[in-house]
Write a protein that binds this ligand. Structure first.
Ligand code: NAD
Length: 270
């Protein structure tokens, strides 16, 4: 029986995109704690190096940092090339990089915002998964050869009219997760995580901005608190662990009950 705190990722590589900040940074620390060799990537090179230093000083782990934009296929190839030049396997892929939150309505949103949001949040996850799964699915690990974890959102479960393009991108991530899970079974599991409201870089690390977003949509959280970064990184560890080996194609909602028994963001028609 494997205990959750065993070093179950020892000898295994983990790629985390968007590792300079927020969930990605804490995912890096948590996966290092359970023994993973890390490939951390982000567009933000300063934040990326800061995460790498935090991980190295706390756990002494092997860490490769690669600055890339996930929406550019050539840069994604560079990430894979450097990852496999450094480590002989990538067992976990956390497709975490993402941008939000534009409050323009669906008919007013600028084409530039549409392209940027969908290219980073959706195309980026597709490019990275497509690139890494080729080797992942033929790795010799048993019973599961690799694990892909995508970051979706509750805005992809209940369409959020206040952040329409972001919402569309996350609907796409949930669909992408199911499509990949079907194609990559039985060797690779593919799941996504849908956070609710957690103060991170996506809200400029500003609780007031996040509360305003929640108020705009009349959001009610049954568990009566904001989400934390750890609420999500704990689930990432679970999805990277053998405890989740029989789970694939799922969207794990971590939102204090908003989606199922609370009040998700909604448009009030006057
Ligand atoms: N914070 C929340 O409440 C919340 C809710 C639902 C979903 N999410 C999702 O969680 C994921 C992580 O976001 P976060 O909340 O930690 O925000 P964050 O801003 O702290 O982290 C996102 C990271 O992605 C990086 N990034 C942005 N564009 C990139 C690109 N083109 N290429 C590579 N890296 C890029 C940023 O530099 C940043 O370090 C995102 O996919 C986001 O949509 C967050």
């Amino acid at each position: 029986m494997i205990k959750i705190f065993d070093k179950f990722l020892e000898g295994k590589g983990a790629v985390i995109t968007g590792a300079a900040s927020g969930f990605g940074r804490d995912d890096a620390l948590k996966l290092a704690e359970v023994g993973a060799n890390l490939v951390l990537s982000d567009v933000n090179v300063e934040g990326l190096e800061e995460t790498a230093q935090l991980v190295k000083s706390k756990y002494g782990s092997e860490v490769l940092t690669v600055q890339i934009d996930v929406s550019d296929s050539e840069q994604v190839k560079k990430l894979a090339k450097q990852a496999y030049a450094t480590f002989d396997n990538i067992y976990v892929l956390v497709n975490n990089a993402g941008v939000g939150i534009d409050f323009t309505s669906i008919l007013a949103v600028k084409e530039r915002i549409w392209d940027k949001t969908l290219n980073i949040n959706l195309k980026g996850q597709w490019l990275i998964a497509k690139t890494f799964c080729r080797k992942m699915k033929v790795q010799k690990f048993e019973p599961i050869a690799g694990k892909i974890i995508n970051m979706a959102s509750i805005a992809g479960v209940n369409i959020d009219p206040f952040i329409p393009v972001y919402s569309i991108s996350k609907v796409g991530v949930i669909a992408l997760t199911q499509l990949l899970a079907a194609q990559l079974a039985p060797k690779v599991t593919v799941n996504c995580v849908s956070p609710g409201y957690h103060v991170t870089g996506i809200y400029d690390n500003d609780t007031d901005l996040m509360q305003k977003t929640m108020d705009a949509g009349n959001v009610q959280t049954p568990l009566k608190r904001y989400g934390t970064i750890e609420d999500i990184s704990n689930i990432i560890v679970f999805l990277a662990s053998p405890h989740s080996d029989f789970i694939t194609g799922q969207n794990i909602i971590v939102d204090g009950g908003i989606t199922s028994v609370g009040t998700p963001s909604h448009l009030e028609f006057k």
